[in-house]
Design a protein around this ligand. Structure first.
Ligand SMILES: [Zn+2]
Ligand SMILES: [Zn+2]
Length: 437
C-alpha cells in the first residue's frame, strides 16, 4: 500500500515534470526559433549532395559540441551523432534528421536561395535543398539545444542522429541509414525507439501521420540497350537502340496498368531518365534509361522485376539489340512503417504539438525513406510537417489532393519558417512523453 502510494506520487511528479518541460519549451521557443531559422537559411544557401555534406555536418558538430555533448563524426562518411545523457535512468530514444540536398537548380527567388553548382553523373547541375532536409537539420539542432539544456530532468537518454545520403549515395559508395547501421550505430547506443519527421506541401503547421505502412519501398532500375551504330541516313546498316528504347518506355508503362494485379497493393513504375545520341544524323550504338519502382508488398515487387525482365527480353528479340536490366541501382529502400502500438501511445503528443492541426491519413504515400532502415530495427514514428505558406492549400487533407504548392524535389519547393516550431515541438513532445511515460 505504502509502496503504491509512493509510486503513484512518483509518476505524478514525473508526468507533471513532463508538462513543466513542455511549458518551458514554449517559453524557450521565442529565443530558439530565430536561431533555428537562421541555421536553416544558412544550410539552405549552401546545400551539399549525398555523402558530401562536409560543411553541414561541421556546422551540426560545432553546435552539438557547444551544447557540451560528446560528438561522434565521420559515421557513414559525414554522419554526426551525439548522446544527451538524461539525469535519471531510462531508455534511449533516437531522433533522426537527414542532411543531403538534391541536384536541382533552385528557382524560388528567395534571398537565401542556393547558387551552388556541382558535377552530378557527368553533368553540371545546380544543388538545392529541394526536399527540405535543411529544415530537418535545423529543427533537430533546436531540439538538441532544448533537451541538452534540460537533460538533468530527462528520465532516459536521447540519441541525436544527423544522417548523410538519405536521397541515396552516389553509385558504388554506399551510405545513408543502412551504412550507419552497418557501422554499428545501434549496437553502440542501443536506442529503444526512433522518431523522425519530413516537411512537405500540406497546410502550414499541420502534422500528418499514417499508422502502419506510410511510405513505399523504392528501387531504381537501369536498362542499357546496345545496338549497332550507323549513319542516320542509312538506318538499315545498323541496329537502332533509340527505337528499342521507345518500345521499352511504352511497354514499361503497361506493367502497372496491364500486367500486374494492384487491387490490394498499389505500385508505381516510372521512367525518369533517358539518354541516347549526340547528333541529329548519327544513330548511336547505345542508349540507357532509368526509372523507379514503388511497392508496398515484397511479392508484388518480385513480380514487377520479372515483368520488366520479360519486356526487356521481348524488345531485345524484336529489335536485335542487346538489353541488360539492373534493379536496386544505388541501393534499395524498404517500406517505411509507423509502429502502430507506439504511434497510438504517442499520437496525442503530436496532436498537442500541432495545436490540433493534425491529420491521420488512410492511404500511404508512394514516396520512400531511408528512415525505413532504422525503423526496421526498432519501432519508429515518422510524421509529416506541413510547410506551405500560411493559408495555402487549407482544403487539401491528403496526399492525393495537394494544394498547388510545389512538392518535394521541385525547384520551387518552399519551406515556411513559421511552421518550423511545430517540428521542434513535435519531436520534443515525442521524447518527453516517451521518456516520461
Ligand atoms: Zn527528403
Ligand atoms: Zn527527397
Amino acid at each position: 500500500m505504502r509502496l503504491s502510494i509512493i509510486s503513484l506520487l512518483f509518476f505524478t511528479l514525473l508526468s507533471s515534470g513532463t508538462e513543466d518541460l513542455k511549458i518551458e519549451l514554449d517559453q524557450k521557443l521565442e529565443s530558439l526559433m530565430p536561431k533555428v531559422i537562421e541555421w536553416r537559411h544558412d544550410i539552405h544557401q549552401y546545400p551539399e549532395l549525398a555523402n558530401r555534406e562536409f560543411r553541414t555536418s561541421k556546422k551540426v558538430a560545432d553546435h552539438l559540441e557547444s551544447l557540451g555533448l560528446e560528438v561522434e563524426t565521420g559515421i557513414a562518411y559525414t554522419g554526426v551523432v551525439a548522446l544527451i545523457k538524461g539525469g535519471k535512468p531510462g531508455p534511449t530514444v533516437a531522433l533522426r534528421a537527414d542532411m543531403d540536398a538534391l541536384p536541382v537548380e533552385e528557382k524560388t527567388g528567395l534571398p537565401f536561395a542556393s547558387k551552388v553548382r556541382t558535377q552530378y553523373l557527368g553533368n553540371d547541375v545546380g544543388v538545392m535543398h529541394a526536399c527540405g532536409h535543411d529544415a530537418h537539420v535545423s529543427i533537430l539542432m533546436g531540439v538538441a539545444e532544448f533537451l541538452a539544456e534540460n537533460k538533468f530532468k530527462l528520465a532516459g537518454d536521447v540519441l541525436l542522429i544527423f544522417q548523410p545520403a538519405e536521397e541515396g549515395p552516389p553509385e558504388g559508395e554506399g551510405g545513408g541509414a543502412k551504412m550507419m547501421l552497418e557501422e554499428g550505430l545501434f549496437e553502440r547506443y542501443k536506442p529503444e525507439v526512433i522518431f523522425g519527421l519530413h516537411v512537405t506541401n500540406i497546410p502550414n503547421g499541420y502534422i500528418a501521420i499514417k499508422p502502419g505502412p506510410a511510405l513505399a519501398a523504392a528501387s531504381a532500375y537501369r536498362i542499357t540497350i546496345k545496338g549497332v551504330q550507323t549513319h542516320g541516313s542509312t538506318p538499315w546498316a545498323g541496329i537502332d537502340p533509340i527505337m528499342a528504347t521507345a518500345q521499352l518506355i511504352q511497354s514499361l508503362n503497361t506493367v502497372v496498368s496491364r500486367r500486374i494485379n494492384i487491387i490490394n497493393n498499389p505500385a508505381v513504375v516510372s521512367v525518369g531518365m533517358v539518354e541516347a545520341g549526340t547528333r541529329n544524323n548519327i544513330i548511336p550504338e547505345d542508349s540507357m534509361l532509368m526509372g523507379t519502382i514503388r511497392t508496398f508488398d515484397p511479392e508484388l515487387r518480385k513480380e514487377i522485376y520479372n515483368e520488366i525482365r520479360q519486356i526487356a527480353e521481348g524488345v531485345a528479340q524484336g529489335t536485335g539489340t542487346e538489353i541488360a536490366v539492373e534493379f536496386d541501382v544505388g541501393g534499395f529502400y524498404p517500406v517505411t512503417v509507423n509502429d502502430k502500438p507506439l504511434l497510438s501511445k504517442l499520437k496525442n503528443s503530436l496532436v498537442e504539438a500541432s495545436g490540433g492541426k493534425f491529420l491521420e491519413l488512410e492511404a500511404p504515400a508512394t514516396g520512400a525513406e531511408d528512415f525505413s532502415y532504422f525503423s526496421q530495427e526498432i519501432p519508429g514514428v515518422y510524421f509529416w510537417l506541413g510547410v506551405n505558406k500560411p493559408g495555402v492549400g487549407l482544403n487539401s487533407t491528403n496526399f492525393g489532393d495537394r494544394s498547388g504548392a510545389a512538392g518535394n524535389h521541385s525547384p520551387y519547393f518552399y519551406v515556411d519558417d513559421g511552421a518550423l516550431d511545430e517540428g521542434v515541438k513535435g519531436l520534443t513532445y515525442l521524447v518527453l512523453d516517451y521518456l516520461g511515460s
